[in-house]
Design a protein around this ligand. Structure first.
Ligand code: ZN
Length: 160
């Protein structure tokens, strides 16, 4: 005897708009949220909300905290990062404009990780190379010098 079981399988489709900017990172494909274009931001938010990513954190105060992409970003560290979410699961992340490292999003998890990253050995090495060239010998640039370089290169981080 065979029993036919009807499985009602509803797939929630969250199509990624073709015009969103995607970057390959060490952690997979990241969808970048546009810094200034409201229409692009709206499309990103629509896609992100469809992902329904659930924030996991050990911090009691942050459990269930909704993502606010436009939250006020007062710390200077935001200028060094782009923000977005991983394409597969919608995990909110930031990406360093200098070395490309992907970090947890400061709006949800606090900006400490981002600030610490800007002083890390790997990041400073890359920043020094960008400013002084691969030959080395240059001294480590200040945050202001790196920001100046990013601005000249047209690589703006999040507006602070
Ligand atoms: Zn970096």
């Amino acid at each position: 005897m065979s029993k036919m079981e009807q499985i009602n399988c509803t797939t929630v489709v969250s199509p990624l708009h073709a015009d969103q900017k995607i970057e390959e990172t060490a952690e997979g494909r990241m969808v970048i949220r546009n810094v200034v274009d409201k229409e692009q931001q709206g499309k990103f938010d629509e896609w992100y909300n469809g992902k329904a990513y659930k924030i996991t954190t050990a911090s009691e105060t942050r459990i269930g905290k909704p993502m606010n992409w436009d939250s006020r970003k007062s710390a200077q560290c935001w200028k060094f990062f782009s923000q977005g979410a991983m394409e597969t699961d919608g995990r909110p992340v930031v990406r360093c404009l200098i070395c490309g490292e992907v970090l947890t999003h400061g709006s949800l998890y606090g900006p400490t990780t981002m600030k610490t990253h800007l002083k890390s050995v790997g990041h400073m090495k890359k920043a020094t190379e960008m400013i002084h060239g691969l030959e080395g010998g240059g001294k480590q640039p200040t945050e202001e010098e790196v920001l100046g370089y990013l601005k000249r290169s047209g690589m703006d981080g999040m507006v602070v």
